[in-house]
Write a protein of this length. Sequence first.
Length: 455
Amino acid sequence: MTFPESAGRFYQHGWQSWSPTGWRPRTTKLRHPVVPEHQLQATDPAHLDDVYPGGAGLGAVELGEGQVSLLGSLGSDGWVTSENNRLVGTGAGPWHPITGEESTVFEGYARELGLALGARSADPGPVWCSWYGLYGEVSEDLMSRVIAEWGDSPFSIIQIDDGWQRTNGDWHPNDDFPSGMAAQAERIRTTGRTAGLWLAPFLADTGSELIDRYPEMLLRDESGNPVVAAHNWGDPTFALDVTRPDTQEWIGGLMRQVVAWGFTYLKLDFLYAAALPGAHHRTGEREGAYRRAAETIRAAVGPDVYLLACGAPMLPSIGVFDAIRVGPDAAPIWDDVNRTTHLADRSGPGAADAISTSLNRLWLKSVIGIDPDVAYFRSRYCLLTRGQRGLLVDLAHVCGFRAVSDPPWWLDRDERQALDTFLTEHPTVQQVGRHHFVLDGREVDFTPVVESRPW
Ligand code: 9PG
């Protein structure tokens, strides 16, 4: 679709949860992250050499006076660029072009996406997640302490994050969970809450028993080398070929296992691994492979298990997952300038980009729950100012997804009080501008944060 030369910025929609998303200069060249190629987790590998901006599934341009033109795919893949005053979509489509007032256009597109891909969007209730407090130190003993100290705090879900597994691929409890995972779920469930668990079902670590036993399940490139999906745990972590029937069977078995343990809220992470390019068993598959793998998971766990996607391709998650992380990690630091600005990589942990990227994906809320990641109430082990912590709290209300990761013993009395208020209040949220809201009569303008982010 064409647009006038006078058009303003381009809406860049990031490939997966952590990928930068927002309104950016239309004609300036892309700055690709300055990190080794195999460590790029948030750039679609098919677009590593792109010179001008593009977006996954959709793209839009500002026409002035609140009007925009949007071109969006109604399939689960597609890439949109703006070239010579045209929005150009590549991929199977079908394509949906719309022009009009910005919120009407995005709402209309979301409605069409929901019809095409299905829609699920449920608030799970307040979540406590172990990651941004206990990190890799999580253990059975610490979880017992967490459960005991929360008492009857109104968390609906207590979720064990990364750190319980032997290694990625070997989804058995490590030595820090000697009673096993069914016992962990049971401990959480006896408090009347839902037990949650983190898994990265499409990853396999170097040295895992999974690779040892089933090397054929690894996704390989054209030269036969395993495709590296991440480097977060030191050694390379590989992607599984999710188009193989044996891999699908293994994934289904894994999911039935964790549900049998008693976990009915699953945070499934690093999901982009299923959509990486490679020499798949079923050739030519990327987003389609991811979506079928996601459907395998849904079929294995049934309709009632809450599935949260993280590090996930966006459009192909709609209709399968209940919610999706819509930004990078809301770490207890505002902005890791070395990484975001100097290395041009805004996909890493930091509250400023968690806020900016998440807000630019609010429009997805009618078709999939949107998780902006955690809010902080602690001042200990936290480099966020009171004002910055307040913005994360407001963001949680705007997104309708409330998660916290502070260990209870890090909160002083006032902080605990503020947390209790957060868990019980439901402020009315009015949107009065693109990034400008009124919460229970109080103005909250995120515009300065969003406009501060570098492109
Ligand atoms: C567990 C974590 C948490 C977190 C997930 C994911 O690009 N990075 O440097 C990067 C770091 C951490 C990360 C994702 C990307 O975190 O988002 O909530 O579950 O895994 O390892």
